[in-house]
Write a protein that binds this ligand. Structure first.
Ligand SMILES: Nc1ncnc2c1ncn2[C@@H]1O[C@H](COP(=O)(O)OP(=O)(O)OP(=O)(O)O)[C@@H](O)[C@H]1O
Ligand SMILES: [Mg+2]
Length: 241
């Protein structure tokens, strides 16, 4: 589904990734792990048209996204849903309008169909129908995350990119978010790429993951391989279990 080859990223003169190679399979929940500031968000951004690599290629469904035509890029963008690390909702819009915003922008549905589709996603992410008319300031942290997730799903993407979906959630809400991500993958057959620090998520929902350390991909594989691989930068995290 996604193949990244020799990705080099820089900000100004500062190198963040020095040749990252990894691939993400269709239908898997794939994790981007690493310490704070190691470059997880930057790596995610190279896959969603927000950070052009200095060199290397990102292929999604066989298309080299940074060298594609504008039309091809537009098609790929419409097949991706993104939930940002600090992705705020629009505070002056209701929950329903927040979810519907991409549909209004990019779909050809009329406004009553758009409302119906937005309501469907509201239910799908586990919110009650009466939440639709609330404003962001009236929601709990977990509810806000669910609305942001519904917004990312609105155009029925093939790939969902999540940057720290559990950050700021209490442990119970974090586990509920994990279950939701799994259910969405199972019921919609989508591919999920998520940045996470959450040890429980790593243990419970990731199929495979990579670890960024010191500008390189220090590890790529599944949990079993990671546990057997004593020299990885997350070993302290794993040993806690
Ligand atoms: N827009 C930017 N301009 C300049 N430097 C940046 C920019 N964005 C990130 N960086 C730098 O790139 C490095 C990697 O940042 P990035 O946000 O990718 O890390 P991260 O692994 O997502 O961290 P965190 O876990 O704290 O979210 C950091 O040193 C950061 O300061
Ligand atoms: Mg980040």
């Amino acid at each position: 589904m996604i193949v990244c080859k020799d990705i080099v990223t820089t900000y100004g003169g500062k190198v963040i990734h020095e040749g990252a190679n990894f691939h993400i399979k269709s239908g898997e929940i794939y994790g981007l792990l690493g310490g704070s500031g190691s470059g997880k968000t930057t790596l995610l951004k190279t896959m969603i048209f927000l950070k052009k690599p200095a060199s290397g290629s990102v292929k999604i469904g066989g298309v080299d996204i940074w060298r594609a035509t504008q039309e091809e890029q537009q098609n790929i963008k419409l097949q991706m849903g993104v939930m940002f690390q600090f992705g705020a909702l629009f505070s002056n819009m209701s929950v329903l309008d927040n979810i519907a915003i991409m549909l209004k922008e990019y779909s050809k549905f009329d406004s009553s169909d758009i409302d119906e589709i937005a309501k469907m996603w509201l239910i799908k992410v586990g919110l009650k129908p009466n939440a639709m008319s609330l404003y962001p300031s009236e929601l709990s942290g977990g509810m806000k995350k669910r609305v942001a997730l519904a917004r990312a799903l609105a155009l029925s993407p093939k790939v969902l990119f999540l940057d720290e979906p559990n950050s700021g959630l209490d442990p119970i809400s974090a586990r509920a978010m994990d279950r939701l991500v799994c259910e969405l993958r199972d019921s919609l057959g989508i591919t999920v790429v998520m940045v996470t620090h959450d040890v429980d998520s790593i243990f419970n929902i990731l199929d495979r993951f990579l670890i960024v350390d010191n500008k390189k991909i220090a590890f790529e594989g599944d949990l079993k391989q990671a546990l057997a691989f004593k020299d990885n930068p997350l070993k302290d995290l794993f040993l806690m279990r």
